[in-house]
Design a protein around this ligand. Sequence first.
Ligand code: NAP
Length: 305
Amino acid sequence: MESKEEAGFSFSSPLPLSSSTRWWSKETVAVVTGSNKGIGYAVVKRFAELGLTVVLTARDVGRGNKATETLREQGLRNVHFFPLDVSSPASINAFVSWLRTTFQVLDILVNNAAVSFNEIDENSVEHAETVLRTNYHGTKLLTESLLPLFRPSTSVSRILNISSRLGSINKMRNLGIKATLQKENLTEQEIEQVVEMFAEDVKKGRWESRGWPEIWTDYSVSKLALNAYSRVLAKRFENEGVRRRRISINSFCPGFTRTSMTGGKGTHTPQAAAQLAASLALLPPQHLPNGTFFLGFGPYNNSRL
Ligand SMILES: NC(=O)c1ccc[n+]([C@@H]2O[C@H](COP(=O)([O-])OP(=O)(O)OC[C@H]3O[C@@H](n4cnc5c(N)ncnc54)[C@H](OP(=O)(O)O)[C@@H]3O)[C@@H](O)[C@H]2O)c1
């Protein structure tokens, strides 16, 4: 499979979700991580309005319950809550067991939870370990743990990774690492090694001179690794899909969106970003790509993240 990540696929208006393209029902189960606020919350709301069964997850029980109650009070009774901290293997385990017992299957996973500790114009790596553990390692562990639960279905199960164009391969200035990540036969182990290398550069205080991405460096590396993992996973399922279940894995950059992560700055609302994300996650099976990196809201210069 050829990587479409570098070029990206620009995507700026929600697809019409008409009855002729509607493949899902109230039995369709979607999980959205980090969905007590921001883009994740808006994706849950959109899915619920469209009639799916949605699991809102949050690392904080109070914030998760409050968000769920708000949606249920709006008549969206198809929203359920379970706590999930993607940076904690124990929390992932508890969540996966609950999902297995409660719904048995999963159709859609939106990996949305992420952190950045920088203000827009800052570039500290003080929290690099937490950023990598949450945005990359945790997202990967959750994904791998949920793979056995995906429903074998002609509608094709889906994973949508909410990523960032800051993690595009063209942000990588170290040519050796860039070449590794661009390899056609890139392995998960090689991605882990790249992440390890960055963690080591941070620890040794030499990360600034080693050609890592220049903006929000720790966050960008976490998304770079997530994008690479998405590509490898998509390829794994392209091969496995013929014999076994089909799962499509794509990434989406929502563009510069007004959320807590950006201190409320941005070119558009979380609702607008979520409309696009939901449209992508709900593409009819015959139009659903695999291994594609979608850029929301046009070219890079419209967006800081
Ligand atoms: N906003 C942008 O301009 C922009 C641009 C490109 C990509 N993105 C991506 O879009 C996604 C959503 O971000 P956002 O802008 O909506 O930011 P946000 O408002 O800060 O929301 C982030 C969500 O992730 C949750 N979270 C953080 N750490 C977690 C953990 N360990 N386990 C579970 N949940 C956790 C947060 O929970 P708490 O409330 O507990 O903190 C919150 O619900 C992220 O993947 C981000 O990288 C955003």
